[in-house]
Design a protein around this ligand. Structure first.
Ligand code: HEM
Length: 485
């Protein structure tokens, strides 16, 4: 009845006791997503914590998260005005700016640029796939060099270079060699990016930490430096494009974005600085996520050799040994898709989305949340809900296959890693193609083995993405080395 509903609306959000000044900052632990899931058992799927001077609502579980992001998509489409967000992409990021009319236009432009260079027609699709195949074959050569004479190596940097090259080819029409030291150094410094913008990063919730010497301040200073360095790299390339721009010939995504933002007649409020911000957003988002996904896959394949062998048998049967796998093989490679979805579910390597904020007052599961509240969305909790997933803590790709060996689409749709609603990832389609092609080609061409002197643990570092900690594998060529030509 109305009276009970009103009472609930007025009820304070549940949540743990918050200490003065720091709030619950000291309780987050090394893996905040696990802490948040534990707190959900005690307080329910919607609760409040306090970090520094911010009240933060944490949403857990499929029902509460979809109610917020899908049913109340506009109310949950904001981003907080965190200090760290202002250093990203020269301060003109689409990803890190708050919901507004201008942001909606900005997002549409970024989205349609991706569409134009991937799904627009069969030619753009083919061109994109060829970039990925070319990078996969270069990557294999780099892996084989690193495995020479029985050596073991950590694949992280090579994977980042490969993923960066795919998105740089799209944005600038340019790729970089695996031994280009300047490019490697730039990418290595970006490794730290996610630690600062990941939910639970302290400088954002205790901004006063940046004003006196402490470890958080030095992390924040390096964060500002790396963003500046990365943005300068991107901006220089966009400026070169502007200088040689020909409206009749769209060479790459930078040209396409220059065309719609710089040369637009309508008053969108977007400026040349937003053109640079958009390119920087796309490159930044395209590097770390795809490479981290592949990184986990290699680790899991080395850890579970039986799964690797089953994959190789299926790929050999469908593709044979005389050509490389292609995207057309996808429909026949359900087990590979199952391994990819299980890697995404099991590792939940983007455990929380980028922090959201509410754009107006809103009610979720009967709880009132005021406008401008910071919201953390716990994707990990959805992927590890024991009511949805049998033995969620086991890595078992076959959970995604039905009795005929076909992919269970309902179940794959239940994995939450690209978020949902108005802030949903705009690179999902190209990311899935990249992950499929890279992994199919790597597994077709090589076997990945664990160093017997190392116990392959799944320990990882926390940030916007969870990254496996230092481990080493070796790559062994299976038969003849093929290239994509
Ligand atoms: C945002 C996941 C690859 C572009 C996001 C978000 C997640 C995510 C969780 C945050 C959504 C939110 O805050 O609610 C992933 C995963 C990827 C991937 C798991 C790979 C496996 C890519 C790629 C691109 C891309 C390849 C583009 C080239 C973006 C952009 C946003 C975003 C621009 C910001 C959207 C906004 O704020 O409106 N992604 N992503 N992502 N992603 Fe991805």
């Amino acid at each position: 009845c109305l009276w009970v509903r009103n009472l609930r609306l007025k009820r304070r959000l549940p949540g743990p006791f918050a200490w003065p000044v720091v709030g619950n900052a000291m309780q987050l632990g090394q893996m905040p997503h696990i802490t948040f899931s534990k707190l959900a058992k005690k307080y329910g799927n919607v609760y409040q914590i306090r970090l520094g001077c911010n009240n933060i609502v944490v949403l857990n579980g499929d029902t509460a998260i979809r109610e917020a992001l899908v049913q109340h998509s506009t109310e949950f489409a904001g981003r907080p005005n965190f200090v760290s967000f202002q250093s990203v992409s020269g301060g003109n990021s689409m990803t890190f700016s708050n919901y507004s009319k201008q942001w909606r236009t900005h997002r549409k432009i970024a989205q349609s640029t991706i569409r134009a260079f991937y799904s627009a027609n069969s030619q753009t699709k083919k061109a994109f796939e060829q970039h990925v195949v070319a990078e996969a074959t270069e990557l294999i050569e780099a892996f084989l060099k690193l495995s020479a004479d029985g050596q073991f190596f950590n694949p992280a940097h090579e994977l980042t270079v490969a993923a960066a090259n795919v998105i740089c080819a799209l944005c600038f029409g340019k790729r970089y060699g695996h031994d280009d030291m300047e490019f490697r150094a730039l990418l290595a410094s970006m490794d730290m990016f996610g630690e600062t913008v990941g939910a639970g990063s302290l400088v954002d919730v205790m901004p006063w930490l940046q004003y006196f010497p402490n470890p958080v301040r030095s992390v924040y200073q390096s964060f500002k430096d790396l963003n500046k360095e990365f943005f300068t790299f991107v901006r220089d390339k966009v400026v070169e494009h502007r200088e040689t721009f020909d409206p009749e010939v769209t060479r790459d995504m930078s040209d396409a974005i220059i065309q719609v933002i710089d040369k637009a007649d309508s008053d969108t409020g977007l400026t040349e600085a937003h053109t640079e911000g958009t390119v920087s957003d796309l490159i930044g988002a395209g590097l770390d996520t795809v490479s981290t996904c592949l990184h986990w896959m290699l680790l899991l394949l080395a850890k579970y050799p039986n799964i690797q062998t089953r994959l190789q048998e299926q790929i050999d049967k469908v593709v044979g040994r005389d050509r490389l796998p292609s995207i057309e093989d996808k429909a026949s490679l359900a087990y590979l898709d199952a391994v990819i979805y299980e890697t995404m579910r099991y590792t939940s390597f983007v455990p929380l989305t980028i922090p959201h904020s509410t754009t107006s007052d809103v009610t979720i599961e009967g709880f009132h949340i005021p406008k401008d509240t910071v919201v953390f969305i716990n994707q990990w909790s959805v992927n590890h809900n024991p009511l949805k997933w049998k033995d969620p803590h086991l890595f078992d790709p076959s959970r995604f296959l039905d009795e005929n060996g076909a992919l269970d689409k309902d179940l794959t749709n239940s994995v939450l890693i690209f978020s949902a609603g108005k802030r949903r990832c705009i690179g999902e389609q190209i990311a899935k193609v990249e992950v499929f092609l890279f992994s199919a080609i790597l597994i077709h061409q090589c076997s990945f083995e664990n160093n017997p002197s190392q116990d392959l643990s799944l320990d990882c570092s926390y940030g916007l993405t969870l990254k496996p900690l230092n481990y080493k594998i070796s790559a062994k060529l299976r038969g003849e080395l093929l290239n994509g030509a």
